[in-house]
Design a protein. Structure first.
Lengths: 201, 201
DNA sequence: CGCTAATCTAGAACAAGTTTCAGACTTGTT
DNA sequence: AACAAGTCTGAAACTTGTTCTAGATTAGCG
């Protein structure tokens, strides 16, 4: 548990922490079974052994819940990547490899991916802080892969464009309008923006 | 045969065409006033002077309706662009100019933009044909700006990446997590993929 | 321990998207 | 003109996200 979470909201007790985790797990499980629409708040509450009102105290909407699930998944991904970092030669290759690894993980759980991505892009201003946390995590993962400490404005814009492409390509794939091969190509294409070697000229 | 297949096959009568336009206009008007959530199907039906069941016969869901509104807007945009094409020197400049013009138009109607974009990215497989039509229109607008007749696979992937960036940057702007200036920079950055003039690599 | 405030539960209630249905109206055909 | 098929209306019903309430439970504290 981070110090920020403690500072932002009043710290959760042990049982509350357990409840929160149970809710997240129930949500992820239902999402994995049937995607966004299968995550029904009454069922989540049931599966987590918690009253509906309590669920809403922890996560003020279905979108909040699914964005939190996504944050959870990204944290796992980041740890996995720390243990086995991408092995490409340049930053562009490493970012592409990182995203393709994430993509393959999502392909194994397309329903979960559907629920998370739909929630993320449908989120309105009321969920901005949470969506922003997800976005910062994604940025951090990409910057990790680039092995960049101190990005310039241009590099940050490139990273944003990569994130945009990543999100939108996933959505397009999930709705059946783009193939796995096309997503792969899109990722490789956008990674071309990173440039083959930033400081050779 | 499905209802859609029939609708696509058999042309609408005059009155039906008028009803359809009335519904689209009512939808766009409500969307312009209060965004996605302000488009309530009962109100749309009311404003269009049509029964709820009829509204659902023309547009089988709120998402379908808003995606159709978007298609309508894109068709207008394309005509406008035909009349006054972008004047940049290279394809990259012209695409950026085109997208920035569209962006400025959306800034004038942020609520409408919200309703259309949220519908577009939230659409599931059941709306794929309609979303695909919007996507093809967008692609056509970009290819128009590039003045490209016969794009290669690589060029098509670049166009897809531009579209992804365009959609996702708009969503991010609409939810208040990215500024107008950042969206502009993202557009210019991704247009860098088009390559300055003739590619020499 | 005993008190107070916060939290949790069960369940009803509400809101908006969607479905359904019986009856009225249009349209095209003979 | 008369009929059959399809379309539209008005209204109720159903679904699922969200809110609300009254009472039970828990946590922190003197």
């Amino acid at each position: 548990m981070t110090a920020e979470a403690r500072a932002a909201a009043s710290p959760l007790t042990e049982r509350q922490e357990a409840r929160r985790r149970g809710i997240l797990q129930a949500g992820a499980q239902l999402a994995g079974r049937g995607g966004f629409e299968a995550v029904q708040m009454r069922e989540v509450a049931d599966a987590a052994g918690v009253a509906l009102g309590t669920l809403y105290r922890y996560f003020p909407s279905k979108i909040h819940l699914l964005v939190a699930v996504m944050q959870d998944q990204l944290q796992h991904l980041r740890l996995t990547l720390r243990r086995r970092p991408p092995a490409g030669e340049g930053p562009a290759e490493r970012v592409a490899e990182t995203l393709m690894r994430a993509f393959r993980a999502l392909q194994r759980e397309p329903h979960l991916a559907d629920a998370m991505m739909r929630a993320l892009t449908f989120a309105d201003r009321g969920v901005s802080p949470e969506v922003d946390a997800v976005s910062r995590l994604t940025t951090a993962i990409i910057l990790d892969a680039m092995e960049l400490e101190d990005p310039t404005q241009e590099q940050l814009s490139v990273v944003r464009v990569i994130e945009h492409t990543w999100h939108s390509a996933l959505i397009t794939w999930l709705s059946g309008r783009e193939s796995i091969a096309q997503v792969k190509r899109d990722i490789e294409t956008v990674c071309g923006l990173i440039g083959p070697a930033a400081d050779t000229r």
